[in-house]
Write a protein that binds this ligand. Sequence first.
Ligand code: ZN
Length: 88
Amino acid sequence: MEDKYVFIHGEKWAYSDIEEDIEWAKTNHWSRQLWKSESAVLDHEHCQICWWTFYCTDKEEHGTAFKNEEGNTWVCTECYERFISIET
Ligand SMILES: [Zn+2]
């Protein structure tokens, strides 16, 4: 089977490498919010799918993300809009 490639934030990803995370993410409910640290030792976090970095900033692409209901996982707006919010 030929691999499908996608570009996320300009980075090339094999779809098969992120497919499992996307399928999992589709089973969660996400809400858009400003990323903020919930721990004194944590100053950034990564997108569950593409490892994009979030931190406290006014820059929307790094400062705004989607958080799941359990509140322990974040995905970037690009991954959310392209892979998760699409109804299948
Ligand atoms: Zn992402």
